[in-house]
Ligand binder design. Sequence first.
Ligand SMILES: *Cc1c(COP(=O)(O)O)cnc(C)c1O
Length: 330
Amino acid sequence: MDLVYPPRLRLARLPTPLEPLDRLSAELGGPRLWIKRDDLSDCAASGNKIRKLEFVLAHAKDQGCDTLVTCGGLQSNHCRATAVLGARHGFRVRLVLRGVPESMPDGNLLIDMLCGASIEYHAHSLIRGRDLEFLARACEKERAAGYMPLLIPVGASDATGVWGYVVAAEELSGDFRRIGIEPRAIVFATGSGGTQAGLCAGMALQDLSTEVWGIAVCDDAEWFRNKIVTDLTECANRYSLPVKPDDLAIHVLDQYIGPGYARATTDVFHTIKHVARLEGILLDPVYTGKAMHGLIQEIRQGRFRRGEDVVFLHTGGLFGLFAQRGELHL
Ligand SMILES: *Cc1c(COP(=O)(O)O)cnc(C)c1O
């Protein structure tokens, strides 16, 4: 398949490993589980956002931008990856964060500050649902000060960012061929929809039958379907991505969100501890812990079965675990 990708900076350490989870598979007695280690895509900038930022930062350079402006929660992995990669590639970074820190900076926020991002904090009640408006205003301030900002939407999930996981699907296709599997499904945490949009399009382009299952950490399945089709439609128009978004199967499980975004039940923390002890794999309470917890429930309920191969995509997020250390009760 000769896909023409838009301009890309090589930022991530690729390919990431695809490894078996033998002990967890044996314990569950269901499908053979594999883990795609996108938590190893870098150190400070690790996780899924770096794959999207390869295309977004290339776009920023092409546009002559000198400043990256983006938005997220206080413990946003996306904002942290942007702060690190901005510093690494000579961009100024301005972050619009939802929430106000209560104590010493920790986890992702500590790294944002360490890497010199300028940060504005906004109370949840003010900014909820108005991300784009706040981002546009932050860009306006940058322009007034003589800079050239690029507005990056939440999670870098837009027509440019989705290419990160179109590329990842090509990488996975190579992994599958080398190992000799064609998995039934790939399962991961879905938050702003960009990872899922890229993988859905990418799997179709690779002619793989592997189903793409997002486990929602916020918002319902309907929201994700709309977001994914919207971003892919814009991508198809802007870059001639050869897929028909309306023809793609978009699988979202929205029953594992728990109390809300970035808030997890004790069951999720139990799964985080269990997987750390069984496999030496570290998950976080905001994304990967919830997704793994959901996957385990789905296997117990028989959605994925013995004889099938299932890949868990580890999307990173380790730093967020430190900010919730108290919940682990160690
Ligand atoms: C952002 C993020 C996700 C969700 O990815 P989206 O592309 O925003 O849906 C999953 N896991 C981690 C660790 C993340 O930081």
